[in-house]
Structure formats: C-alpha cells, structure tokens
Design a binder for this molecule. Structure first.
Ligand code: ADP
Ligand code: MG
Length: 609
C-alpha cells in the first residue's frame, strides 16, 4: 500500500460518485495497486543482485562492481557507499575481498562492522575525555569490538587520534608522560623501541621513573615534595629505604584510624539501626564528641514511641514513653586494647563485676563497661544528683538524655563562662554532690574533674561515670583523693575564696583525716570494716587478723565477689528447688521409695559383714 503521507506527483484523477460506487471500478483500482506494489518490490532485488551478482562468478563479485554500482543504489541503501569508501581506505584489494554466497549475510556483517567501528570510536572518545581530566590514564582497549578491524580499518581516523593525543600530551608534564611510557610496556614485560632496542620493565631508567611515581602514592602525611614538578628518578635502593621509612609510622596510623572508627563498626551501626527501627530514636544527627573511650552522638527520640515497637515488642527502654527526652545523647563505648588496660583497674576490682570480668572477651567487657555506666547513673539519680536519665542500653551503646538544648551540648565546666557567684555556687554544689555520692549512693566518681561536669540551666550535671566505684573498692580512697585534688585545683584556679584543701575535702566526704591516718589505716577502715579505734590502735599486733591491713587488697575484692556469687547462687538454687517441688511431687515420691529400698539394702549388707 502506498503511504498516504507521500506527496503524489501524479495528477489526481477526477471520478464521479457513480464510478466510485461501481464495484467494477473498485476492482480495477485494486488490480492497479497490486501491480504497482509488485513492481516496487522487484526493483531493489535487481539492484542488489546487480552489485553482487554481476561478474564472472556469482559467488565472487569484484570490488569494481561494488564501487561502480554504489552510485546507483544511493537512495535506497546509503550504507553501501560508506562501506565501499571505507574498504577503499583500508587498502583491501578488490580481488582479496571474498564475497559470501549469501549477500544478506555480507550486508549483516558489514552493518555489524560499521556498528563496531562507531562503537570503538565512541570508546576512544570517552577514553580521551577521561585522560584529559585525570592524572590516571584509563584504557578501554579491552572493551573494543573486534568486528571493527575485520571489515574496516580507518587509518585516517587513527592518525587523527594520534595527532590529538600528541596535542594533549603537550599539556602534560613529564611525570605523567613517564607514566604513560611505563604503561606502554605490555604484559610480557618488554617492548622494542624505535631504535630496535629491547626495553624490559627492569630497565634502570624506567625503574627510576616508576619509583618516583610510587613515592607519589605514599601516605599523604609522608612529605614527598612535588615529584611531578621535575624529572624525579629514584634508584631501587633509595626507593626501598624511603618505603621502609614511610611504613614506620603506619601501624600507629592504623591504630588511630581503628580507634576513631571503632565506635561505629558494622555491629554498632546495626544496633543504632535497631534503635531507629524499634521507634525509640527518630534520627541520629551527628557527633558531639569523640573521646579516647567513647563516641557521643546526638539523636532525636521518636515522638511516636509508645513503649513498644510496631510489632508489639518491648524495646528495653527504661522510662515510660511520655518521659522519653526529645533530644538524646548516645554514648558508644570504643573497644581498643589500650583502653582496656586503663579500665581494668576500675572494673576488675569492682566486686559487682568481679566474677564476670576475668573470663570475658573484649566485646563482653566493653558491654560491662557500658552497663556499669548505666548502673552508676541510675544510682546517682536515685539520690537526687543531676545526671542524664538513662533511656536504654544495648550492648556497648548507651542512650541517655542530652544535656543541652536545640542540638547545643551544655558546656563542660572548664569551658562554661560563669560569673563569680556562679563559680562559688558550682563549688558548693559539687562538694555537696561528692559527699552525697560517697555517703548515700556509696560511690566514688573516680574521674571527677571540670571535664566531666557539664554546666546547664545554672546547675552542675555529672557525666562519664563508667569508672565510678564503690568505697569498698581497694583503690576507692585513692580515686577519691584524686577527685578531690582535681576539684580543688580547678576552683583554686578560678579564684574561689575559702575553699577546702584536697585533704580537707577528703575528710569532709569520708570523715577520715588523711593527714592523721596513714594509708594502711585508711585501707583497714574501708576495705575491712574496722572502726577508727581499731585501725588507729597503737598495738597493731592485737588487731584481729580479719582487720589487719592487707599488703595487696586484690584478694579481698576477689573473696568478697566469690562470697557474693555463692550467696546469689544458693539463693537461686533454693528458689528453683521450691519451684520444682510443686511440679514434681510424684516423681520425688517414687525417687524417695527407691532410695528407701537402696538404703535398706545397704543396711542389710553392712549388718551381714
Ligand atoms: P569520654 O569517656 O570520652 O570522656 P564522656 O561521657 O565524658 O566520654 O563524654 C564526652 C563528651 O561528650 C562530654 O565532655 C560532653 O561534652 C559530651 N556529652 C556526653 N554525654 C552527654 C550528654 N548526656 N549530653 C550532652 N553532652 C554529653
Ligand atoms: Mg569524659
């Protein structure tokens, strides 16, 4: 059918309605149309065959036929002319050119070649583009299509490419030029240069250049100078020395990176994700602080939190939904070996954690550390001290109330700008808090200083209490004395008048005079429960053994923890037994009967003997 959109050059025949309606006329029109169609279909066949089939053999058409007939077919098959031109450029001799019997197959192959050629051209263009912008040379050679070379080889275009590369190269400095030179050595490890010399990858000149390049990829903190700025060459010996030197600081660097990132390893991210998924937190906003022991993040709690998540599971949150603070601080405890060594001291002698400490791996210990902070915060809160409320604890991730507002963390006491009156207030508040902490919460902060007290809404807030210990901890008094020293020094520097000395503060808190009582006496009082009279009795020989100071009080903490452990075990056991008794009365009766029989047999046996 002829297209209705083609402009018809033939004049439109005028027909009247009667003719149009005539069936005969309709048949005539149809026949005419069919004839026109068959004529049109025939024509390209003739043309194609005229290209491939004229010549001595129908199977081997000559190139001259191809070239010669190209003009004729221009309208219908433009590609033909292109190919003939390309074949010409390629220098393929007409007689070399084998034409397959099936001309359609040849057309397909040539079209494929044309496609491949264009595809390769595009790749080269991308390659040039990339290499122009970057110092790193990329090659897309392995993606080039083979068909290109099979039928077409456009040397003219290749020359152009070389020219353009030359043009680009002019802009590169020597360093990058050298880089390309090295890259040009194929995988087999050698190449032959223009002079016919073989150059291997071990060539001293090339090695020197390569070494210079490698130096440029040393860690950024290693000063290399601008090797690209001059023609730097380094012998293998020099390079090896430089490399050894650059690696010297590396383990340190890895440790630092690990420490910085440790808080947010995959496991931690999963925990945070769960907090969001359980609708406790809405979003995590960013880092408040990265200390040596913990990373603190700021987060918003989920306003839709109802006390359980959407699946009805309890989320472990330690407060009712309506008290959930809008802004939260997430403390993520870091897990590196160095810190454990410092922490050991606080946790291993804390009888509460004693029996769990020695047998655990790093992960569990770090979780205990977070748990310890949670317990201590809650204990401090219970006696009315200002500490962040604990929201939830998940392994080594502790979520608590954010001290501050609108994403602005409250300043540390050391950074807070306080008036003289406020400083005095802060001092009074801290002294009272230390007293309360020791005497009511039975805790010693053990890292109390202006760094771990925040100033918010005109009050002091105590944080960072993971290391806090009970007074019976063997080092509790030593820690307390250090805390007193920190606080007194700070307020002294701030010029607060009439403040305690650290010994006076210590005495105020403990009721013990550190100047009067020596360390052994203090230890006796605190770790063994002796009265002051006993501890200060002139004749220590008469002091009961149980109250004599130990040279190394570690054992005491151990003993106590063992006793506590046994006691809780025994308690649990009796509870379990009671439960079992009601469940298995019948079983026990039959067991009892069996035992009776056994006992009787035993008695009989011994009687015989
Ligand atoms: P570290 O063990 O690293 O010292 P801290 O618990 O002391 O960890 O926290 C480090 C810093 O993070 C604090 O000095 C404080 O500025 C900030 N920070 C910690 N907890 C909170 C909180 N609940 N609200 C606001 N800021 C906090
Ligand atoms: Mg701290």
């Amino acid at each position: 059918m002829s297209s209705p959109w083609v402009k018809n050059s033939e004049p439109v025949q005028q027909v009247n309605l009667a003719d149009i309606m005539s069936e005969q006329y309709a048949h005539k029109l149809h026949d005419k149309e069919v004839q026109r169609q068959t004529e049109k279909l025939k024509r390209p066949e003739e043309e194609v065959s005229s290209i491939w089939e004229t010549g001595t053999s129908p199977a081997a058409a000559s190139y001259s036929n191809v070239a010669g007939s190209s003009g004729k077919v221009q309208n219908d098959t433009e590609e033909w002319e292109d190919y003939s031109a390309l074949l010409h450029d390629n220098g393929i001799q007409p007689e070399d050119f084998e034409v397959p019997e099936d001309s359609d197959a040849v057309i397909a192959q040539m079209l494929q070649s044309q496609f491949d050629h264009e595809y390769n051209e595009e790749l080269r263009r991308i390659e040039r583009q990339q290499n122009k912008q970057s110092k790193v040379t990329v090659t897309l050679n392995k993606f080039l299509r083979d068909g290109d070379a099979e039928f077409l080889h456009d040397t003219a275009e290749d020359d152009y490419e070389e020219d353009e590369l030359e043009q680009l190269k002019r802009d590169w400095d020597r360093f990058e030029d050298n880089e390309r030179q090295l890259d040009s050595i194929p995988r087999c490890g050698f190449k032959v240069n223009k002079e016919g010399e073989m150059i291997t990858k071990h060539d001293p000149q090339l090695c020197a250049v390569r070494n210079a390049q490698r130096v440029m990829s040393f860690p950024p903190e290693f000063p290399t100078g601008d090797a690209a700025g001059f023609d730097m060459k380094l012998s293998n010996k020099v390079f090896n020395q430089l490399r050894a030197h650059s690696r010297r600081g590396r383990s340190d660097k890895h440790e630092k990176v690990a420490t910085a990132e440790m808080g947010l390893d995959a496991g931690t991210r999963l925990l945070l994700y769960k907090l969001i998924n359980n609708q406790i937190l809405e979003q995590i906003n960013g880092i408040i602080s990265t200390g040596k022991e913990a990373v603190i993040l700021h987060a918003n709690s989920d306003t839709n939190y109802t006390g359980s998540n959407e699946h009805g599971h309890q989320s472990g949150v330690l407060m009712p939904a309506h008290l959930l603070p809008r802004e939260c601080a997430i403390k993520i405890f870091k897990t590196t070996l160095n810190e454990f060594k410092q922490r050991d001291r606080y946790i291993k002698d804390d009888y509460r954690f004693k029996d769990r400490f020695s047998k655990q791996n790093h992960r569990v210990i770090i979780n205990m550390w977070a748990e310890k902070e949670m317990h201590n915060l809650m204990r401090m809160q219970a006696i009315g001290l200002n500490v962040p409320d604990v929201v939830v604890l998940k392994k080594h991730v502790l979520v608590m109330r954010f001290i501050g507002d609108n994403h602005n963390a409250a300043p540390k006491l050391k950074d807070a700008r306080l008036s003289a009156a406020e400083v005095s207030c802060a001092y009074e508040e801290i002294v009272a808090a230390m007293h309360k902490l020791y005497n009511e919460a039975k805790l010693v902060h053990a890292d109390l200083s202006e760094y771990n007290i925040l100033w918010f809404e005109g009050k002091c807030w105590f944080i960072d209490v993971a290391q806090s210990v009970e007074p019976k901890h063997p080092s509790a008094l030593e820690f307390l004395m250090r805390d007193c020293g920190n606080i007194v020094n700070f307020f002294e520097r701030r010029g607060v008048p009439n403040i305690y000395t650290k010994e006076q503060l210590f005495e105020f808190i403990t009721g013990l005079n550190a100047e009067v009582h020596n360390a052994a006496q203090l230890e006796q009082i605190h770790t063994r429960g002796a009265s002051i009279n006993q501890a200060t009795a002139p004749n220590q020989e008469e002091c009961p053994d149980a109250l004599k100071p130990l040279e190394y009080p570690f054992e005491l903490a151990w003993e106590k923890s063992q006793q506590d452990r046994e006691a809780t075990k025994a308690l649990k056991q009796t509870q379990d037994d009671n439960d079992n008794e009601t469940d298995t009365d019948k079983d026990q009766e039959s067991d009892a009967n069996d035992n009776d029989i056994d006992d009787k047999e035993k008695i009989n046996k011994t009687a015989k003997h």
